[in-house]
Write a protein that binds this ligand. Structure first.
Ligand SMILES: C[S@@+](CC[C@H](N)C(=O)[O-])C[C@H]1O[C@@H](n2cnc3c(N)ncnc32)[C@H](O)[C@@H]1O
Length: 328
């Protein structure tokens, strides 16, 4: 399922951890247009499009945009976690004809060309074999269908790393997302380019201005690492560290009134290549555009071979003409 399956299964057993993190964004984000609304704004879909969301979580994208979803849209929500699919179904199931299915992005249980769009929001960095997921996304998209892949830049919420180090002085990362280096706004193009055409990236401007300590502590405690830590050390010691963290945040707020946190989410939009696709082979047209070369190299070799053959034929003809002239 993911880069660390047991840890991931616990983290996303249900939506409670994710909701603690979303609560911080909902209360303290500076951009008045929320991320789910912005994501929906970017979707270019005919009103009767067939849409697949992978790693849908509890279905926030659709709950937050419920009023603006065209009636004809056929939406299939999937997640590797049965708990998440259950929550999405409980939230959205009654409101319209969504379809729900437990599914791993690396093995999608749908026929080739079943969808006009695939949405993957804040989930690709958790997927262990992303090439497998990309080949599956390309396979289930119709030719020219689009992938909308939301992720974060590497500076996203980097101010939280020192806070996490209060809980764990050995926290090795520069931000809180241990999986973020796997797929982010900086390295996503390179990973998607072999598979997709017409790749573009968009950034969503935002930041957090936090004025209370508790939602920030809850956010940090909802993360995978804090949970592993809580299991590893005696309860009292962990609680002691949480108190030290809460006190230091309270002091910061008392002296500065607020804590400012950088946010850097964004989205890749990419089209499924308009040609018959081998399940495991990347797109040739993308390779040429983004400088990924193996497929281009083989096409180039064929052209060079043809040029050589033509030159040889011309040389033989020319020699024939010369020989005839000499004989005359
Ligand atoms: C950070 S949450 C994002 C949820 C939702 N997309 C959102 O933006 O609110 C990541 C989700 O990806 C799911 N996930 C992780 N690995 C997955 C995989 N290999 N296939 C499908 N879903 C996966 C998790 O179960 C979790 O629900």
């Amino acid at each position: 399922m993911s880069t660390d399956e047991p840890r991931m299964a616990t983290q996303y057993h249900d939506a409670s951890n994710l909701n603690a993190r979303i609560a911080l964004h909902e209360r303290f984000s500076t951009n008045p247009r929320s991320l789910p609304l912005w994501i929906f704004d970017q979707l270019e879909l005919p009103d009767d499009a067939r849409v697949l969301e992978i790693g849908c979580g509890p279905g926030n994208l659709w709950a937050d945009n419920a009023e603006r979803i065209p009636d004809g849209l056929q939406i299939t929500l999937t997640d590797a976690s049965p708990g998440m699919v259950r929550e999405a179904k409980a939230r959205l199931g009654g409101s319209r004809s969504f379809r729900f299915r437990v599914a791993d992005a690396q093995e999608l249980p749908f026929a080739d060309g079943s969808f006009d769009a695939v949405i993957a929001a804040h989930m690709l960095y958790h997927v262990a074999d992303r090439d497998k997921a990309f080949s599956e996304i390309v396979r289930v998209l119709r030719h020219g269908g689009r992938l909308y892949a939301v992720t974060n830049g590497m500076k996203h919420m980097y101010e939280l790393a020192p806070m996490l180090r209060v809980l764990d002085p050995e926290w090795p990362h520069e931000n809180i997302g241990a999986d973020l280096p796997n797929f982010n706004l900086e390295n996503g193009t390179e990973q998607l380019a072999p598979w997709f055409d017409q790749l573009t990236s968009l950034r969503y401007e935002d930041s957090l201005v936090v004025t209370e300590a508790k939602p920030l502590v809850d956010y940090l405690l909802s993360g995978m690492h804090a949970q592993v830590l809580a299991e590893r050390m005696p309860g009292e010691e962990f609680q002691e560290r949480v108190s030290v963290l809460a006190d230091s945040l309270e002091r910061e707020l008392a002296s500065h009134g607020r804590i400012r946190i950088t946010k850097d989410p964004g989205m890749f939009v990419a089209a499924s290549p308009a040609r018959t696709h081998d399940r495991r082979s990347p797109s040739l047209s993308c390779q040429s555009r983004f400088g990924y070369t193996p497929g281009v190299r083989s096409a180039r070799s064929v052209l060079v071979g043809v040029a050589w053959l033509l030159s040889a034929i011309l040389a033989v003809l020319w020699l024939g003409v010369v020989a005839l002239n000499i004989m005359d």
